[in-house]
Design a protein around this ligand. Structure first.
Ligand SMILES: Nc1ncnc2c1ncn2[C@@H]1O[C@H](COP(=O)(O)OP(=O)(O)OP(=O)(O)O)[C@@H](O)[C@H]1O
Ligand SMILES: O=C(O)C1=C[C@@H](O)[C@@H](O)[C@H](O)C1
Ligand SMILES: [Mg+2]
Length: 196
């Protein structure tokens, strides 16, 4: 990388870091939007610890998400998810990638709104489907027509994800590019709030 390009990359990280300040950054959006994979890169760029709420739930319960759904049902899973996310948002600055349904739950959404800056990774159906079709670990998609189920979830959930502080379009580009777009969105949002 040329020296000039290195400087541009550094300044993007530094400016995004400054725009975020001491707040948590919380990624929300549907399954396959890239919250976990892009969130991890964003955290490393910002030099802030990363945590994935699905993995944290699996760690504390010593069960997989699929096992939790099967043993206790979705409602219990949501209650546990709300508790875990509330705690994560109070344990020092973090980049938190949430599970796809977290922001849809009223209680969890309140914790997220209060606990930091939320970013919706918004993707269209074909992008999501291409990604989730590769693994069958998602209990909500164990239906006869999972693509149709995913579309139903999009229709029901998109108006709620739209309440996130920022929206970034999750496109079919490399994860590193998506991470840069999240950093750019942080900088833009700060510019807009400074101008208003
Ligand atoms: N920009 C991208 N380009 C290519 N593949 C991607 C991109 N973002 C994510 N993926 C791939 O898509 C799959 C789903 O991504 P990821 O697990 O990050 O989604 P998620 O939003 O965390 O989903 P969930 O809500 O189920 O946890 C993974 O296999 C990941 O490697
Ligand atoms: O969209 C959802 O409701 C979910 C998404 C995953 O991240 C997991 O949290 C779980 O499979 C539920
Ligand atoms: Mg994830």
């Amino acid at each position: 990388m040329s020296e000039q390009l290195l400087t541009v990359a550094d300044s993007l990280k530094d400016r995004a870091r400054a725009a975020l300040g001491s707040r948590n950054l919380i990624l929300v959006g549907l399954m396959g939007a890239g919250k976990s994979s892009v969130g991890r890169i964003v955290a490393s760029q910002l030099a802030i610890p990363f945590i994935d709420s699905d993995l944290e739930i699996e760690r504390v319960s010593r069960m997989t998400i699929a096992e939790l759904f099967a043993a206790y049902g979705e409602q219990e899973f949501r209650a546990l998810e709300a508790r875990v996310i509330k705690r994560l948002l109070k344990s020092g600055q973090r980049v938190v990638s949430t599970g796809g349904g977290a922001f849809i739950n009223d209680r969890t959404r309140k914790h997220i709104k209060k606990g930091g800056l939320s970013v919706w990774l918004k993707a269209d159906l074909d992008v999501l489907w291409d990604r989730v079709a590769k693994r069958d670990t998602r209990p909500l998609l164990k239906t006869e027509n999972p693509k149709q189920t995913l579309e139903g979830l999009m229709n029901a959930r998109y108006p709620i994800y739209a309440q996130a502080d920022l929206t970034v379009l999750s496109r079919d580009v490399r994860k590193e590019i998506m991470a840069d777009e999240v950093l750019k969105a942080l900088i833009e949002a700060q510019k807009e709030s400074a101008a208003s």
